[in-house]
Design a protein around this ligand. Structure first.
Ligand code: ATP
Length: 309
């Protein structure tokens, strides 16, 4: 994968006295699917709007290929806003052609691109319908087509998967993976962490307006410390207590899940388990992104649970 093309550097934004985004920095590489996750109110939409130039930051800047993003660069961005922004009375085909032309495509090119995306996103039966008469999921497909119709060089998508049926999620995932394979950097926010884990090359986790972790799933997983599942049928509930660098995450019957701090010795864990009797399972586990996320976000976001600061 190539180097960074889209850089968010030290971005800060307040609404009145409320700090929504604070010293936010990350970059996205060409051809990379970058998942942007965080609790409600963590600052994702505000950051994405700043990337798009819909909002101006109080400090910091966004750069595209090393230069501050200006009007010309932004015309090459494709954006799917959280508050979907389609004209309800326009017909789907007409709407997409209009948006293509608005972004500088010729009338013929806009017609052809609109037709292509209508077909690709499974909207062929709805091309002549008014947007407002479509189901919400289909409106969302149109919204994705609207972000793609002008052949953008960057995609910024705010919760593109919310409310989609599983088939539409697959179509959307395939399309985004294809765009990324074509070298387009794709930034997407989502609360569907299993999907983000599966789809995205890297993940940025936002808490309280700041980026609290960023990396591949594997990197995030390694930084969080190793997990072990140990099944010691004759052990009592306290067998792992007091082992240095070892935390008991959960116990179900005879199975204990442990988290090991960096550098903690798993062989000492094995010895301690064997000292209780037979050990029928001793397995390294990769926690799902959801669990890593919970560990990272807990305690870092004083707006956790949708509250505001
Ligand atoms: N127009 C606004 N005026 C005042 N405060 C705002 C405005 N927009 C957002 N905020 C506040 O800024 C903070 C960040 O909001 P933002 O919408 O960026 O979060 P988010 O991570 O996208 O949340 P969600 O997952 O719920 O969409 C919140 O405290 C929110 O209430």
């Amino acid at each position: 994968m190539a180097g960074p093309v889209l850089e968010v550097d030290g971005v800060r934004k307040s609404y009145g006295r409320r700090r929504a985004v604070d010293d936010m920095s990350f970059d996205i590489r060409a051809g990379e699917l970058f998942g942007f996750v965080g609790n409600n109110g963590a600052g994702k939409t505000t950051t994405m709007r700043i990337v798009l130039g819909v909002l101006t930051p109080d400090a910091g800047e966004v750069r595209w290929r090393g230069r501050p993003v200006g009007f010309d660069a932004r015309r090459q961005f494709g954006y799917m806003p959280e508050e979907r922004g389609l004209y309800p009375r326009m017909k789907v085909g007409e709407h997409l052609r209009y948006l293509g032309e608005l972004h500088g495509l010729s009338s013929a090119a806009a017609r052809s691109a609109a037709g292509r995306w209508i077909e690709r996103l499974g909207l062929a039966h709805h091309a002549s319908e008014e947007v407002q008469n479509l189901s919400l999921g289909n409106q969302q497909r149109v919204q994705l087509a609207a972000a793609l119709v002008h052949g953008p060089r960057v995609l910024v998508l705010d919760e593109p998967f919310s409310g989609l049926d599983p088939v539409a999620v697959d179509v959307m995932s395939d399309v985004l993976a294809e765009r990324a394979a074509d070298g387009v950097p794709v930034m997407l926010s989502s609360h569907q962490l299993s999907l983000v884990e599966r789809l995205c090359d890297r993940v940025g986790i936002v808490g309280g307006g700041r980026l609290i972790a960023c990396g591949t799933y594997r990197e995030l997983s390694e930084n969080a410390g190793r997990r072990l599942l140990v099944d010691a049928p004759e052990a009592d509930g306290n067998w792992a207590a007091g082992l240095a660098g070892v935390e008991v995450v959960s116990r179900e019957g005879t199975r204990t899940r442990l988290r090991l701090a960096k550098g903690a010795d798993d062989q000492r864990v094995l010895h301690a388990a064997l000292a209780t009797g037979p050990v029928t399972a001793f397995v390294s586990e990769n926690p799902p992104l959801t669990e890593l996320y919970r560990d990272l976000v807990t305690g870092t976001d004083d707006r956790t649970g949708g509250g505001e600061r």
